[in-house]
Design a protein around this ligand. Structure first.
Ligand code: FES
Length: 267
């Protein structure tokens, strides 16, 4: 598709889609999810901005569609990303009803904002025309939760803190997802922590961390693995760190703690 392509295309008949209902249509070679809700039609890209999930396959609840892969919700009127793990809007397209058909005109750009934005519906009476832009709000940077001494596994007087699974999880709160600015423990990415006495270095421990990603192709993966190793290896009682990536069971948003939800503005 080209950005200059602005002609309406007839993509469905009005009676073809129940209300509420949805349908996947091809508009100039682009796969578009078409929705019929409350007597109006709406169209957004069939692409979740988190990791490409097929939105037309998701669950439709009022004016929200839930990505079938990791649960991000989008407003079908504006394309706004309403919940994690999606941060960016998907494109919403212009829709009209004419001659008993549903017509879609592709927009070149997404117009709505990300999670935390309050998307505003289009003018009443206009048939499914996507609404105006929501207020863009960047995720807030987290307040540092871990002091440098704590991050190194030291007590305030500089002595080494005893290591256990809980203290390792505390240390890992110093590792933050670079896109979401939330630590990996509160995001629910740490599936397991195992401590084993180091055979070759008396008094030290080997740590194995089972970590997942919000999606298999998460671009932050290498950074999260590197930061995890660096933070744990800085503890004076650690001799080795292993990070294993586990994708089964897959991460879902309900693994986040309330603290993470608060930070991301999810209620
Ligand atoms: S691909 Fe849609 S939420 Fe991950």
């Amino acid at each position: 598709m080209s950005a200059a392509m602005t002609e309406y295309q007839r993509v469905a008949e009005v009676g073809e889609i129940p209300d509420p209902g949805k349908m996947l249509v091809d508009v100039d070679g682009e796969m578009v999810a078409l929705f019929h809700v409350g007597g109006q039609f709406f169209a957004i890209d069939d692409v979740c901005t988190h990791d490409g999930g097929p939105l037309a396959d998701g669950e439709l609840i009022d004016h929200k569609i839930a990505c079938p892969r990791h649960g991000a919700k989008f407003d079908i009127r504006t394309g706004a990303a309403l919940t994690m793990p999606a941060l960016r809007a998907t494109r919403a397209h212009e829709v009209k009803v004419e001659d008993g058909g549903v017509w879609v005109r592709l927009r070149a750009e997404a117009t709505a904002a990300g999670p935390g934005a309050h998307a505003v519906a289009g003018p009443a009476g206009s048939v499914g025309t996507a609404g105006p832009v929501g207020q863009a709000t960047a995720p807030q940077a987290a307040t540092p939760e871990t002091t440098p001494a704590a991050a190194a596994g030291l007590t305030p007087d500089g002595s080494s803190a005893a290591l256990c699974e809980d203290s390792v999880r505390e240390l890992l709160k110093a590792v933050k997802d670079p896109e979401l600015f939330v630590n990996i423990v509160d995001l629910g990415l740490i599936y397991g922590v195992t401590l084993t006495p180091a055979a070759d270095v008396p008094g030290k421990q080997q740590i194995s961390v089972d970590m997942t990603m919000t999606s298999p192709a998460c671009p932050a993966g290498p950074q999260l693995i590197g930061d995890t190793k660096r933070v744990l290896a800085a503890h004076p009682d650690v001799s080795a760190v292993e990070v294993r990536i586990v994708m089964d069971p897959p991460w879902t948003p309900d693994r986040m703690t309330d603290a993470a939800r608060d930070q991301l503005g999810i209620f």
